[in-house]
Design a protein around this ligand. Structure first.
Ligand SMILES: [Zn+2]
Length: 250
């Protein structure tokens, strides 16, 4: 299978049989104008069978109404994220609420285990919505509340991929094993290197969200989160993938 990274934790995967799916697909990258139609038109050219959402913050979710309208894809997301989508009149047929511990059997023989995770700076249950907020309130970035936070363990094409969208994890001490760990490392804080070493066994860490995500993709630039992590974990096997290009996973 191959993968394309769009900055933030926005990822597109394509299986060998052509099955296409995405995670946290967001390309507008603007805190004031949360969804920019021309950016979505320019960059989101695939037709995903489904999109997984790690949490409901604007820099993960705010392009989804347009992506759903454009592709008729199905969004697998928390109750909070689905309530935000309902407020924006996304059809119910395109929404699937997911919960910690869910096991999804998806087209193309792809399976997804929905793992309870955490957002950076967050120790427990996140602040969310149990019913749709007002449409007007969602013009403000801060009202895209985090909600429940998921990591996704994905089996596809004989590979096992783990994705966590923010630099935190539940400290179970029972490690999750995977081939590639697509790990959001945005501004990771003290304790995070030990946390991932205790809770994830991976062959390769592929960093995400370590870019200047409030600049448009045409001005793409990385931040220093990965060099810091390599310093903290000298034995770390990490591979950066280039944005907006397909990379074969092997
Ligand atoms: Zn976030």
């Amino acid at each position: 299978m191959k993968v394309k990274w769009f900055g933030t934790n926005a990822l597109e995967f394509q299986c060998e049989d052509g099955t296409d799916f995405m995670i946290d697909m967001y390309v507008s990258r603007n805190r004031e104008q949360l969804n920019i139609h021309s950016e979505v038109e320019k960059y989101v050219t695939g037709i995903p069978r489904w999109v997984l959402m790690t949490h409901a913050h604007w820099d993960h979710l705010a392009d989804m109404p347009q992506i759903i309208a454009k592709t008729n894809t199905v969004l697998y997301a928390s109750a909070t994220a689905c309530n935000i989508m309902r407020a924006l009149e996304v059809p119910e047929a395109n929404l699937r609420e997911i919960h910690y511990g869910d096991h999804l059997e998806l087209p193309g023989g792809v399976t997804v285990d929905v793992i309870e995770s955490r957002h950076k700076g967050q120790a427990g249950e996140a602040f969310g919505y149990v019913e749709p907020p007002s449409r007007e309130s969602l013009a403000t970035a801060n009202n895209w509340r985090c909600g429940e936070v998921f990591a996704f363990l994905i089996h596809a094409d004989g590979r096992c991929i783990l994705n966590a969208g923010s630099a935190n994890f539940v400290d179970t001490g029972k490690p999750v094993s995977c081939d590639e760990f697509f790990c959001g490392i945005s501004r990771w804080e003290e304790g995070f290197p030990e946390l991932i070493q205790r809770n994830v066994r991976f062959s390769t860490l592929i960093p995400t969200h370590h870019d200047e995500f409030r600049k448009p993709l045409s001005e793409f630039a990385l931040r220093g989160d990965l060099p810091r992590l390599k310093e903290a974990i000298p034995t770390l096997v990490a591979k950066e993938i280039r944005p907006l290009e397909w990379t074969q996973l092997c």
